[in-house]
Write a protein that binds this ligand. Sequence first.
Ligand code: HAM
Length: 434
Amino acid sequence: MKLLTSAPRGTQDILPKDSYKWRFVENLLLDQASKFQFKEIRTPVFEHTELFLRSVGQDTDVVQKEMYTFLDKGNRSITLRPEGTAGAIRAMLEHNLCNENLPVRLSYIDSCYRYEKPQSGRWREFSQFGCEMIGSSDPLADAEVISLCDSIFKRLSLNETYIEINSVGCPKCRGKYYESLKEYFEKNKDSLCNTCLSRLERNPMRILDCKKSDCLKIAENAPSILDFLCSECKEHFEEVKKYLDVAEIKYNVNPKIVRGLDYYTKTVFEVISMHEGSKGLVCGGGGRYDNLVEELGGPPTPALGFGLGIGRILLAMGDLLNFIPQYKACDVYFATLGEEAKTLAFQLANILRDSSFVVECDTLNRKLKPQMKYADKIAAKFAIVLGEEEINSKKAKIKNMADSSEKPISLDNDFLKEFFEIYTDFEKNKLLGN
Ligand code: HAM
């Protein structure tokens, strides 16, 4: 068989054998966020390109190399979202959510798109869980957001992840820092890659984020932002750390963290996995972005948040994924012979489903033997065979697939009642180990 095509590079098909794991993690993320009063927002997969140019920043890798941008049929420049923050803030402003109660707390699970070189933990289409808290400049808000992130990893039993924090200051303290960085990198200009050379003038802090080995090496001894923080940023950072200490949240201060997007001010942080098979993988990150709301046309409003790569979390979970509860098994399989039996099975199946049982009927018009084989394969607990005889007598046999024992069951108004009795008996025996 020659397939017409395969999935595009950097995308993943999540098959039924894995999708329940994704659903479990997604539910847990939204549930944990809801304990901190974050409420879900859903925004479009594509936005006007200028939204990301303005928010993510012209000098970032995301904007320069990775965005899926195209002209639509109306000649508008459209971009598939590379991250969730910009769309969430745009929607918040468009719907005046910040005129209601502050702080606004939003959570989301977004599919995001970045044209990156695919590798383990890096896809061109990926799922991002994010939380944004808009309206508070208090360091407690930073600690709360980091605490939510920390609590998620604890709930997932991902004990070998650690949090790194830094402060990237505000435009005020960055002026002097940029000068010092420029001076330092000018001296080492010859070893910088072309991209970093172009960053030297406009945004030298971006050089600290370059992954090229030569640039990384030079960046090692670059001046630290922490030595340049203004008194307000310094005090803010000290307060954040104080709250984290009180909450016994473990973290390392790493002055090299600048994050890959341009909107950050003051606190930034990353969560890094040290689990077998995903060592060094950045599962998530975030920070404060006190100027973004205004940049996008809103009133001056402090804000902060974080994003986690769900695919990366699943990678980091490794063997822990085996403990995620699987899909509910099939309670009853209806094997049918003939049109009338099919119709009756269809009705009875829906009666059972209305009572929360998991039911499947034959839809391939197979002979009885392959139908029973199929019931075995899907590990159905019970099978009910319906044919002409059963329909005429309004009685059928229900077969316990584990021990092949059979019991009679009525096909009239008593069906559900009798099924409940048989099912309760079955569960009781299972508990007693019979
Ligand atoms: P980010 O660090 O660019 O931040 O992405 C957040 C997380 O998304 C990363 O830590 C990683 O786990 C995941 N991620 C990013 N790119 C990929 C990829 N190509 N494949 C798989 N996973 C990926 C943001 O996007 C910010 N919006 C986070 C934020 C929210 N800051 C404040 N609020």
